[in-house]
Design a protein around this ligand. Structure first.
Ligand code: KG4
Ligand code: ZN
Length: 332
């Protein structure tokens, strides 16, 4: 069984091939154009997907050494994501499936982030907890099986990835700033400055407070010393990252203790963050958890995760027909 998977929910155009559950290729083309605007411009993202998609799909097939005629199904991200971006991947998948007379498999982008854990060993056992942290989501999810996932709590405002990106913007760093905050944080003192942790009930999160406190903190310090940011960039990044990591991991620990679950995973773009990975490992040792952190290439948006999710759906015979259309606000 060979499946071609396409991911185009935001600003990465990606295609992957999976053969009998094994990833044969995972090609990602990013879109540098958004850097000029300090954030993803939806109209430009869908145009760039259109320009990239044929090349990315051809490369995924070539690297996997599979021809179009050897494909048995085409998978695509149905949602959640930007409508214009999703439309490019969905339309391409539908057209290709129609031409090759093979079935379609629709995939939920957030479920795919979680299922990326089943690409390589070691794999989590059910039920497990997953902290999904990306540019659009911050959730604690209970994963009961490949298809049954229950959101236990989530952010009430910004996602933690946005908190990273907005901090970067305030510091004058280019978009997407999360990876840069991570890079400078590795050289700084995480206890140099203190930012407030939010007090939210149960497994809920809020990141609007910390964003505002960073803004006021920087305004005050820059008024006192115009070079404050340049002189203290590493310490500022380290302190902000330390606070954000504590905010998400405290809630994850609370959920794991209350549900008495020892299998704990993270998923989504922010799971590439070095501070989060390190602190989660340390917490896991103390709490006696089995910790699962995806390989870097499967943290941020990629079609490999869409491919593995499609593999499990194909085993159940869960295919879609040509009537399918994107769902920008697709639920779990
Ligand atoms: O999952 P993803 O690639 O796209 C969405 O579905 O949103 O996540 C992108 C988010 C962005 O906010 C980006 O800044 C953040 O993940 N991110 C990071 C790191 N790598 C990506 N944030 C902090 N540290 C990183 N190393
Ligand atoms: Zn994502």
């Amino acid at each position: 069984m060979n499946i071609l998977a396409i991911e185009s929910s935001c600003d990465d155009t990606s295609a992957a091939v999976i053969s009998n559950g094994k990833i044969g290729s995972n090609i990602v083309a990013g879109q540098l154009i958004h850097e000029l605007y300090g954030g993803v411009v939806p109209e430009l993202a869908s145009r760039a997907h259109q320009q990239n998609i044929v090349r990315v799909v051809e490369k995924a097939l070539k690297v996997a050494n599979i021809t179009k005629n050897e494909l048995n199904a085409i998978a695509f991200t149905r949602g959640p994501g930007l409508l214009g971006s999703l439309l490019v991947g969905t339309s391409f998948a539908k057209a290709m499936a129609l031409a090759l007379e093979i079935p379609l498999i629709e995939v939920n982008h957030m479920q795919a982030h979680v299922l990326a854990h089943f690409i390589d060993d070691p794999k989590p056992t059910f039920p497990f907890l997953c902290l999904t942290v990306s540019g659009g989501h911050t959730q604690i999810v209970l994963i009961k099986d490949y298809a049954t996932m229950e959101v236990l709590g989530e952010t009430q405002d910004d996602a933690v990835g946005e908190a990273f990106d907005k901090t970067a913007k305030l510091l004058g760093l280019p978009y997407p700033g999360g990876p840069l905050v991570d890079k400078y944080a590795q050289l700084g003192n995480p206890l140099a400055y203190e930012f407030p942790l939010s007090e939210m009930p149960q497994y809920q999160f809020s990141f609007s407070g910390i964003k505002t406190s960073i803004l006021y903190f920087l305004k005050k310090r820059v008024t006192e010393n115009p070079n404050f940011i340049a002189e203290n960039l590493n310490d500022i990044c380290a302190s902000v990252q330390h606070t954000l990591v504590r905010m998400v991991l405290q809630k994850l620990r609370k959920a794991a203790r209350e549900l008495n679950i020892k299998e704990v995973a993270i998923a989504g773009g922010v799971s590439a963050n070095s501070g989060l990975r390190k602190t989660l490992h340390e917490m896991g040792e103390k709490e006696n958890w089995h910790v699962y952190i995806p390989d870097f290439q499967y943290c941020t948006d990629n079609a490999g995760m869409i491919a593995i999710a499609a593999h499990f759906k194909s085993l159940k015979g869960d295919f879609s027909n040509q009537e399918v259309s994107p769902l920008p606000r697709m639920e779990w």
